[in-house]
Design a protein around this ligand. Structure first.
Ligand code: MN
Length: 159
């Protein structure tokens, strides 16, 4: 029988399950984005591929509910993101970008980033990361102040 690159018993095909208000895949649990913290809002996570041995990467699906946002953070590892549905905006470095379905977002190493859903609509995206990766860093008070020195960012970023 064919095995997944991870060598476990994951079947070769796992079906997409249409669901109201978001995306699901058969047999893949939905989890909270992070276990604790007040620096994010309304996010669910599903790990679609977890391939530490052959590929060294994970593909995660994140769904940010209307008005929700991910942690403002940076780290050495990079993200390659494909927006799947909804609308929102992304902070990358010191720039804000509107995003919608099928846009591609590259987050370079040690660059501040935050994903935000539209206030009316959830934002769903795939995020590719290395399995072996460093822990995210949150901005210090000084770093936050520097980001907020741009009024456009000050209005939008959620620390
Ligand atoms: Mn990140």
């Amino acid at each position: 029988m064919a095995q997944s690159p991870a060598g476990d018993n994951t079947p070769p095909v796992r079906r997409f399950q249409p669901a109201a208000g978001g995306f699901r895949w058969h047999g893949i649990p939905r989890r909270a984005y992070k276990s604790a913290g007040a620096h994010f809002r309304a996010i669910q996570r599903q790990t679609l591929f977890d391939e530490p041995d052959q590929l060294g990467v994970q593909v995660r699906y994140f769904e940010i509910g209307p008005g929700g946002y991910s942690t403002l953070e940076r780290h050495h590892h990079v993200h390659a993101v494909l927006i799947l549905h909804g609308k929102g905006r992304v902070l990358v470095g010191d720039e804000l970008f509107p995003v919608a379905a099928f846009d591609l977002v590259s987050v370079p190493s040690m660059v501040w980033h935050q994903f935000q859903a539209d206030s009316e609509e959830a934002l769903g995206f795939l995020c590719l990361v290395r399995c072996t990766r460093d822990r995210p860093l949150r901005p210090t008070a000084e770093e936050l102040e520097k980001l907020r020195s741009d009024p456009a960012l000050a209005r939008v970023i959620r620390p």
